[in-house]
Design a protein around this ligand. Sequence first.
Ligand SMILES: Nc1ncnc2c1ncn2[C@@H]1O[C@H](COP(=O)(O)OP(=O)(O)OP(=O)(O)O)[C@@H](O)[C@H]1O
Ligand SMILES: [Mg+2]
Length: 429
Amino acid sequence: MFPTNPTGAIWGLVGTAMPNFVFLWTLYKQFMPSEIRDYTEKYFYKMIGSVSNTVHIRFTEHTGKGLKRSQAYDAIRNFLSSKSMARAQRLTANESKNSKSVVLSLDDHEEVEDSFNGVKVKWSSNVKDERRYLTLSFQNRHREMVTKTYLDHVLKEGKEIGLRNKERKLFTNNSSQDYSSWKEGRWGNVPFDHPATFETSAMDPEKKEGIKKELIRFSKARDYYRKVGKPWKRGYLLFGPPGTGKSTMIAAMANFLDYDVYDLELTTVEDNSELKKLMLDITGKSIFVIEDIDCSLDLTGQRKKKKEEDEEDEEDEEEKELTGEGSKRESKVTLSGLLNAIDGLWSASNGAKIIVFTTNFVDKLDLALIHRGRMDNHIEMSYCRFEAFKVLAKNYLEIESHDLYGEIERLVEETDMSPADVAENLLQI
Ligand SMILES: Nc1ncnc2c1ncn2[C@@H]1O[C@H](COP(=O)(O)OP(=O)(O)OP(=O)(O)O)[C@@H](O)[C@H]1O
Ligand SMILES: [Mg+2]
């Protein structure tokens, strides 16, 4: 006799079959050797594939043996972030050390749909053996469009979102004596938030435009550098009297290019090998800075005559005895160590790198340090002239002209005043 309600009968059967199925499945998972399991699953998926016309593409979170984080996975996760926020029910918040805010992404075993050029695709997030992956599913007839156009679009957009979210950093080297490699790293960092821009920096407008154009060309010239067989780097030497905007210019460059800044305090680096290690830790898309390079170390030493050196050494010793500095450990970095480290810097990672030295006394520097090729462009930061004054007046007073401008022009062309001094006088607080 069948029960009067057939639906009830079906549920009854499912109800009794389900525990058996779960039991058998557990046995299968536990006792079937993994080779046979892989083999069966392979044929199972093949069978499904022959009746279904859905294509699946898997993107794993880590790639290769070294378990390097996959850039494609991160780009897709960024891309899906906004879609997931609007549509998915379960999200997971990831805190990334390079991100301004948390990145929301699909939770495990969650799905979200997307459509592109009228074609519907589905993304799902999965995890197997503690390895996370995203799967893209779509109809076979859209294979060409999805693999060629849609994926390009996803990766490009995801990368851009990543860059927009990326927080830029100002790195400074921890003193060699203070850090232990397992505890802190060689470079400590804080968010980089300097407000300087090229628009607000007061200098000759033509020079300014020239630098901006050069930076844009450089930042896009990856393939060109590769073609001519040169590392993708550019060196700038900024020189000029105090307060003429050298440090401000570095911040403006970093803001303009959206690069990180690595500010090296050379005097706290113990020796040449330590310096080399520091340089190798620098990533691409960064500006590497040594400020006041003439004061950092006795990098002019090599040009001195031996006799002079001996005399100075004696004087130094006397001075140290007087000031009690004798016991302090001093940096043993030499000029040739610095040159080697700079030349090695470019080989570490293949991203764009800019190196900037600043100095008040360009004549004091050894030619080897600043010859073109190492420091490709020498930029003189000069006293405030009229064009620069106009920029400062616009920044600080919000005026474009004034009755006194004629008189001011004459005065600033005659008098050597640094932009820092002029700015201080214009500051209205
Ligand atoms: N060219 C400039 N344009 C706009 N502001 C400037 C300029 N030069 C200097 N200033 C102002 O003066 C201050 C000091 O300038 P900055 O520190 O960049 O000078 P510097 O050349 O690095 O000096 P130093 O040689 O002493 O390191 C800045 O905070 C900035 O406000
Ligand atoms: Mg400075």
